[in-house]
Ligand binder design. Structure first.
Ligand SMILES: [Zn+2]
Length: 350
């Protein structure tokens, strides 16, 4: 058993912070894909290409190529689209991905206009002031009808808002508000940028140590996961095994926490591949990687998207514990390092 190379946690956190601060709601994730491409270009030997749908697929040559492997993680995140410009100049939204409006209430946001402009604003309840609306502020349901974006511009009519270049269909990204304290990383969209950073950190560590994966390895960086079909395309036909790297769900009744990586053996889509899961479990034991085994009750992954699209390979899922997922999330460096080590243990295992 070869000892795993050390993880460069500064590299991991620097890349992660940059990626978190790159807006990438599903359908508008190209900047995060480009940022990942740039980071991968620092490693000679890794070749990057793109699917027609816009996902990044990198090939990392290995010692062997008789049973190629793939890792997938996604750069796209929750977000919204302008659904309607209201007569008062504010915006009604349509969700991108599955989240409750209260989890982004009061959050700053950016509207990306068709001409490439950016308009700042914030998401609020339409009856937001307690001095004006009293108990309505508490009681009004947080739904599509009652939430609106207030733009930081002088506009009180739909015409004035349109004059800013804002139109139906414009993408909206919510501010991630990244903060790192005592090893805790607190930010929106750690799902799944944390795991993209773990894959990059694994590449960086192995590259620095002069190590190659045992098998030719594809890195599939997805851009449509949050709406369910990210990795349905783009995993090359010769791939024999797929490890999905995505966040672990932390909360009441869960074994996962912010200090461990988790192996998800079952989620809403059913069990993952038992044999591959068992191998990952054994690798965690052998390499003293802090891990948990868990089931996520309301969860789907790009691994399952690939299975549903007809992918005939073993699929398993690992990832760091993320507290308050699809909300203001948080994880810890311990979980990120554990996930990175697990990815390396897998890539180096014959
Ligand atoms: Zn995810």
């Amino acid at each position: 058993m070869t000892k795993l190379p050390a993880v460069d946690s500064q590299y991991l956190l620097d890349f992660l912070t940059g990626l978190l601060n790159t807006p990438s709601p599903t359908g508008f994730a190209h900047q995060a894909i480009e940022r990942t491409e740039e980071a991968l270009q620092a490693f000679p030997g890794i070749e990057v290409s793109f699917t027609r749908k816009g996902a990044l697929v990198a090939v990392w040559p290995g010692e062997n190529a008789d049973a190629p492997r793939a890792l997938t993680a996604h750069t796209d995140t929750l977000g919204a689209m302008v659904k309607e410009i209201k007569t008062n100049g504010r915006l009604k939204l349509s969700h991108i991905g599955g989240f409750a409006w209260n989890t982004v209430e009061g959050e700053g946001c950016t509207v990306f206009t068709q001409s490439g402009g950016k308009v700042r604003g914030s998401l609020l309840l339409s009856k937001a002031s307690s001095h004006v609306y009293g108990k309505n502020v508490n009681e009004l349901e947080r739904n599509d009808e009652n939430m609106e974006v207030r733009l930081d511009e002088r506009t009180n009519t739909s015409e004035e808002t349109r004059a800013l270049g804002v139109e139906v269909g414009d993408f909206i990204a919510f501010d991630p508000r990244v903060e790192i304290n005592n090893g805790f990383v607190r930010s929106r969209h750690l799902d799944d940028k944390a795991c993209v950073a773990c894959i990059l950190a694994a590449v960086e560590s192995m590259h620095t140590a002069g190590l190659k994966p045992v098998q030719k390895t594809y890195l599939h960086i997805s851009n449509y996961e949050e709406v369910g079909h990210g990795a349905a395309a783009g995993i090359p036909a010769e791939v024999a095994e797929l490890v999905t790297v995505d966040m672990a769900a932390v909360g009441e009744g869960q074994t996962s926490d912010e200090f461990h990586a988790s192996l998800c053996v079952k989620d809403s889509g059913g069990p993952y591949h038992h044999g591959l899961s068992q191998r990952l479990r054994k690798l965690a034991e052998e390499n003293n990687i802090p891990y948990k085994v868990d089931i996520y009750p309301y969860y789907g992954s790009d691994g399952e998207a690939f299975w549903r699209a007809g992918g005939d390979v073993a699929v398993a899922l690992i990832g760091p514990g993320v507290d308050a997922s699809h909300n203001y999330e948080r994880t810890h460096l311990d979980a990120l390092i554990a996930t990175t080590q697990w990815v390396m243990a897998y890539l180096l295992n014959a």
